[in-house]
Design a protein around this ligand. Structure first.
Ligand code: DAV
Length: 371
């Protein structure tokens, strides 16, 4: 059955089949949240964000929204259906019996929260206290899909308690230094403990029957085990990228473009023993091009490697951020048609083109690429 714009259907099994229906985030009311353990561990030590919190400056919100609206409009012009979240009030403090935080984060980026696997959209546990309620931004859409698609499975992972027992105190020091961080990453000693299952949706890549999950700051081994039990028909693989001193989210590190081809961040190479599943099945893992920038934009959590945080529209077409000229050039050499999208001024809101979207529908079925 082919896709029709008049009928809502949730279905997406991988990162590259033809995209028909997608959610694009909004910058409305995004906040820089106050200090908390998991978030502080990720803010780079030399960042302009250390010690600051509150609502993001209005002009940056307006500019990010302009870029996100343009991106959504371009996708619509190409024939995609685009939905947008409904922002909750992120200035409201979040309090549970276990923790309190003075503000929340935002409705960016959707990829962090929503994991689409087949006919299911799963709300991740998240691991930051300020993101505990973030799924509420997407509930109007989830309700709509539930009403309109009889096959849609709306799922939510167990809400974590996020007490201090979830975080290693070693990571709470102001100055750790990259050498120590890299040593800890090599030892798989991350800020989150194994107290309870934790995962962000953006640590998961979908390859049909296989789910590839990064173990790092935002996803612990129990979170991966939870995913394994939750998706019994899938094979769930744990991966690590030891060259990353701040390992959160897999999508500026490992980027599948089409069956048989993956870009890997050259500073965060997949270790030899973890490459076998790909290379043994004739998948090529190539180093991504260098970012075009030496530093991230102001008030940004992410690294310059958002250059490789691209959105694949179909196995021959990819959206690349407009200023990322080296990445675009490499895509061209790899035989991909490049659609340039201006987004850099929205990076501070949580990420690039892959981050700021979430799949609702892609063509194709659940295939086994690694038999
Ligand atoms: O390289 O800072 C960014 C991923 C955001 N979802 C990085 C990872």
């Amino acid at each position: 059955m082919s896709w029709s714009a008049d009928k809502t259907e949730v279905k997406s099994w991988n990162e590259w089949d033809t995209l028909r229906h997608v959610i694009v985030g909004r910058a409305d009311d995004c906040h820089i949240p106050p200090e908390e353990p998991a978030l502080d561990a990720k803010v780079p030590e030399d960042s302009d964000m250390r010690g600051q919190w509150g609502r993001r400056p209005q002009e940056t919100i307006d500019r990010a929204n302009e870029l996100l609206d343009n991106f959504a409009g371009m996708l619509e012009k190409r024939g995609l259906r685009v939905d947008r979240p409904t922002s909750i009030d992120h200035s409201v403090p979040a309090t549970t019996p276990d923790f309190h935080t003075e503000s929340q984060f935002g409705c960016m980026p959707p990829r962090d929260v929503l994991l689409t696997v087949g006919h299911e959209m799963l709300e991740a546990t998240m691991s930051y206290r300020c993101r505990w309620f973030e799924y509420l931004n997407y509930r109007p859409l989830m309700q709509q899909y539930f009403n309109e698609d009889p096959k849609f499975r709306h799922e939510s992972a167990p809400k974590p308690r996020l007490t201090d027992a979830d975080y290693h105190p070693d990571y709470l020091s102001e100055k750790i230094g990259d050498a120590k961080r890299l040593e800890w990453a090599e030892q798989k000693f991350f800020v989150t403990t194994e107290e309870e299952p934790l995962f962000d949706a953006a640590d998961v890549l979908r390859f049909g029957k296989d789910l590839v999950v990064q173990h790092g700051f935002t996803t612990n081994l129990k979170g991966i085990e939870w995913l394994r039990r939750h998706f019994p028909d899938h094979r769930v693989h744990t991966v690590n990228f030891p060259g990353d001193p701040y390992p959160i989210h897999i999508d500026a590190t490992f980027t599948p473009l089409r069956p048989g081809l993956i870009l890997n961040n050259p500073q965060r190479r997949l270790p030899e023993d973890q490459r076998k599943m790909f290379e043994g099945n004739d998948w090529e893992i190539v180093d991504s091009a260098q970012p075009a920038h030496n530093t991230p934009p102001p008030l940004c959590y992410s690294s310059t490697w958002l250059s490789m945080n691209v959105l694949v529209l179909d196995p021959k077409t990819v959206c690349v951020e407009k200023s990322e000229v080296y990445q675009a050039e490499q895509m061209d050499k790899l035989g991909m048609e490049v659609v340039e999208v201006e987004l850099r001024d929205a990076y501070a809101f949580g990420g690039g083109l892959h981050c700021c979207t979430a799949d609702v529908y892609r063509d194709g079925e659940c295939e086994d690429y690694f038999p």
